[in-house]
Design a protein around this ligand. Structure first.
Ligand code: NDP
Ligand code: 2IT
Length: 447
């Protein structure tokens, strides 16, 4: 697919001029604009209302200093971000990422995609994202706690249960959310549903931990079924070994697949017998160590330095679940040559534009992140509902709602791909379906 529509090309040009060096944001915007070509050609109201010019401009972006005291008593400083991108259909909602690669362009691509993802869930959530270039690797518990507290000491004034509700993302899990929630509560003297992914003793939802990985597999199973296939008996490669990857492994295995490779940013493991998830959980969730340690549990498995090599492991289905642009054109070609017929994205913007072209050229099934990984934020939305009614639902109740939401997302992507003349292009389907609801709300609200 190419971006050829003159009007949309003009918007893309402006996005690039007004936001120089934000390359990830340019990439995310271009993919959506490309998908919207048949939409503006069918209904001129999306041009006349200027809604697309508006949707690529964040409502508000906040950048702040985060000073924190390290274990030697020295003050360190990081940069904090919160981009409140769109509130047309609900309070800003989206995760916080702590990683040295975080910059404004990364947060803006994530916040932009979150608008459409949250719309697809059908729940009332706008789009936002935040985080910091803080690197938790090698930091002590105390340093991480003090960083989280300092981060919230600024962030608290910008968020609220009806304003903006952050959650986790890379390197922000239950522990960090707990520290940030505690700080918010102390500063404001309110016990409020202002973050999701909370601990189960203070307002967290059952199944939120599992939600993104489970949801990814529910979406993928729906996509496979619609194309005469299923996870059963398939060989699967999952990149990453964090929250999304671990629960994707668990659900894919439950659905009958064998997961043979996983990775972290240092390297990947290949276990022809199927990766032992208990070992991974022990290494990653309990000990917070490197994936290489897996060899201490299974000496006959292989470890290879470098995470990119994971895409050379032959598989039927690939579930990238680490970070953006982790599959490039070269890796996509290797996957295709080795017989992989389905790529479904747990990480946000897992694939470069070149990789996506390879998927389509090889008639592979492609589940785009904003649809495939929407289960996490969907259960965050359910956590907000439970907090509002001051009740908590059972695991089964939440999991069943998640299953329904993921099926509905797949059906909606499928339907829109057909309606706009691109059957099977779930990327376009997701972008269009996510866009239409938000755009109509923005037009009605004239902002
Ligand atoms: P975690 O921090 O729990 O795990 C991240 C995993 O990816 C780790 O194995 C990490 O390795 C690896 N990783 C991170 N950055 C890089 C990098 N630059 N290069 C190579 N490997 C990397 O995060 P999550 O599992 O929560 O998030 C994974 C992806 O899923 C992200 O793209 C996130 O945006 C997306 N996502 C997360 C949701 C959630 O609910 N948590 C919801 C929807 C999407 P290492 O430990 O070596 O850094
Ligand atoms: O990318 C994502 O959807 C997330 N990191 C989860 C966001 C959320 O608010 O639960």
């Amino acid at each position: 697919m190419e971006l050829t529509n003159e009007y949309l090309l003009g918007i893309q040009k402006k996005v690039e001029e007004k936001n120089p060096s934000e390359v990830e944001f340019h990439q995310a915007a271009k993919e959506v604009l490309m998908s919207l070509q048949p939409v503006v050609e069918k209904d001129s109201k999306y041009i006349e209302s200027g809604v697309i010019e508006r949707i690529v401009e964040p409502e508000r972006q906040i950048m702040f200093r985060v000073p924190w005291v390290d274990d030697n008593g020295k003050i360190q400083v990081n940069r904090g971000f919160r981009v409140q991108f769109n509130s047309a259909i609900g309070p800003y909602k989206g995760g916080l990422r702590f990683h040295p690669t975080v910059n404004l362009g990364v947060i803006k691509f994530l916040g932009f995609e979150q608008i459409f993802k949250n719309s697809l869930t059908t729940l009332p959530m706008g789009g936002g994202k935040g985080g910091s270039d803080f690197d938790p690797k090698g930091k002590s518990e105390g340093e991480i706690m003090r960083f989280c507290q300092s981060f919230m000491t600024e962030l608290y004034r910008h968020i609220g249960p009806d304003t903006d509700v952050p959650a986790g993302d890379i390197n922000v899990g239950g522990r960090e959310i707990g520290y940030m929630f505690g700080q918010y509560k102390r500063i404001t003297n309110t016990f409020a549903g202002v973050l999701t992914g909370k601990g189960l003793t203070f307002g967290g939802s059952l199944a939120r931990t599992e939600a993104t990985g489970y949801g990814l597999c529910y979406f993928t199973e729906n996509m496979l079924n619609a194309n005469g296939k299923s996870f059963k008996g398939q060989t699967v490669v999952i990149s990453g070994s964090g929250n999304v990857a671990i629960y994707a492994h668990q659900k894919a295995t439950e659905l009958g697949a064998k997961v043979v490779a996983m990775c972290d940013s240092n390297g990947y493991i290949y276990d022809k017998n199927g990766i032992d998830l208990d070992a991974i959980k022990q290494i990653k969730e309990v000990e917070r160590k490197r994936i290489k340690e897996y060899l201490n549990y299974h000496a006959d498995a292989e470890y290879h330095e470098g995470c990119k090599g994971i895409w050379t492991v032959p598989c039927d289905i690939a579930l990238p679940s680490a970070t953006q642009n982790e599959i490039d054109e070269e890796s996509a070609k290797i996957l295709a040559a080795n017989g992989c017929y389905c790529v479904s994205e747990g990480s946000n913007m897992s694939s470069t534009p070149g990789a996506i072209e390879v998927y389509f050229a090889n008639n592979m099934l492609y589940g785009p992140a904003k649809a495939a990984n929407a289960g996490g934020v969907a259960v965050s939305g359910l956590e907000m509902s439970q907090n509002s009614e001051r009740l908590s639902w059972s695991f089964e109740e939440v999991d069943n709602k998640l299953k329904d939401i993921m099926k509905n997302i797949f059906d909606n992507c499928d339907e829109k791909s057909k309606m706009y003349g691109m059957p099977g292009n779930y990327m376009a389907g997701a972008n269009i379906a996510g866009f239409l609801k938000v755009a109509d709300a923005m037009i009605a609200q004239a902002n």
